[in-house]
Design a protein around this ligand. Sequence first.
Ligand SMILES: [Cu+2]
Length: 118
Amino acid sequence: MKIHKTGTVALLLMLAPMAVLAHVHLQSSTPAAGSTVKASPERLVLVFQEAVELKALSVQKSGDKAPTALELPKAASEQLAIALPKLPDGDYTVSYTYVGPDEHRMTSTLKFRVSAAK
Ligand SMILES: [Cu+2]
């Protein structure tokens, strides 16, 4: 009986932080999701609700066979700025994997368009 009680307490302690902390999501970005920019953006800025550590980051042009990996910021932060290579006109998908304070590993995507045409 004593073992059972100890086990229950340990389980509750493990579950408590998960219940309090919700998943961390992207709050905003530059370029913004779904936006069209007229020139190749020099950098990508990702803003999260809480500090996150990026684990993987890539950008892929629609029609290209493979994504281009981007250099990851070394430190966790709420706002992450990442240098982008020269992006010709086209539709882009940024894929990012991150870990927030709740230790959950999340992967999401962000799409934007580069088009010089008005
Ligand atoms: Cu989570």
